[in-house]
Design a protein around this ligand. Structure first.
Ligand code: ATP
Ligand code: MG
Length: 252
């Protein structure tokens, strides 16, 4: 149940997101550490003015085109992502023929099942990576994030990893996969290592990516390729940093 947050409260949207996460925590989907990780995200969101920047939109376009062009795209979800955007995850998966896989840093069977249940309540037909299905291992990775589904992330060519940690991003890139990250912290190792980094809040990025996937459904392959590969992640991150610095300077 969402607590009573006045609609005209200047921080209403941000407070509503917090309440959603607290409810997700109470229902066993989100872990304590996930609440803290959200706080780090919020701090960066403040710096970008809580909007989807031009750079974020460019990255989203490349990301969605990559997913449509992929042979085996997978959306990797954790507790926070499912709690905040289960509906959009399912929709984007449908539109890009992607599989959805549960992948957790703090893995328990109960939590995997709770996440699977919420995804299915939002229309997911199949959810990968739950229980014994996560039987393959990402090399060189020590955390529980290494356990993946042989029919999901392990054999994927493009993986969307909203709210990821840097280690696994790097390990997935080493496995020659294209990794799309959504991370408000443009300085994180995840952001630096991913193939495409969307510096935006998942809450804003996911619905926009669903819209783009609808728009791109009938786009010619050559146009999709241009969108997918005509993108420079290093340059884009640099521009995002400049955007933040300019915003801070203008407050002098
Ligand atoms: P790295 O290993 O990549 O340097 P980390 O593993 O220390 O980073 P985590 O603590 O795992 O980072 O947190 C995941 C990331 O998700 C954080 O960088 C945080 O900024 C970001 N984040 C949290 N909530 C959101 C959100 N709602 N939208 C987008 N990004 C978010
Ligand atoms: Mg980390």
């Amino acid at each position: 149940m969402l607590r009573n947050i006045p609609e005209n409260h200047p921080r209403a949207k941000s407070l509503q997101i917090r309440e959603l996460l607290v409810d997700g925590f109470r229902s066993g989907i989100v872990v304590e550490e996930g609440l803290i990780a959200h706080g780090r995200g919020e701090a960066f969101d403040y710096l970008i003015g809580e909007i989807s920047t031009e750079q974020a939109l460019k990255a989203m376009k490349s990301a969605v085109a990559l997913m449509i062009l992929a042979e085996r795209p997978v959306i990797s979800v954790n507790g926070n992502t499912t709690c905040l955007c289960a509906k959009e995850v399912v929709k984007l998966a449908e539109l890009t023929s992607a599989r959805i896989e549960v992948n957790l840093f703090y893995r328990t069977y109960e939590r995997e099942v709770a996440i699977e249940r919420l995804l299915k309540a939002n229309g997911a037909k199949e959810v990968y990576g739950v229980g014994s299905r996560a039987s393959a291992t990402i090399p060189e990775l020590m955390s529980d994030r290494r356990r993946v589904d042989p029919d999901g992330i392990y054999t994927a060519d493009v993986v969307l990893v909203p709210l990821e940690d840097g280690d696994r991003t790097e390990a997935l890139v080493k496995m020659k996969k294209k990794v799309i990250a959504i991370d408000l912290n443009l300085l994180s190792r995840t952001s630096q290592k991913a193939t495409v980094t969307i510096v935006d809040n998942v809450v804003r990025a996911m619905p926009k990516m669903v819209q783009l996937a609808k728009q791109y459904a009938h786009l010619q392959e050559s146009k999709l390729q241009k969108l997918a590969y005509g993108f420079d992640n290093t340059k884009n991150l640099e521009k995002s940093l400049q955007y933040i610095l300019k915003g801070l300077k203008s407050r002098d």
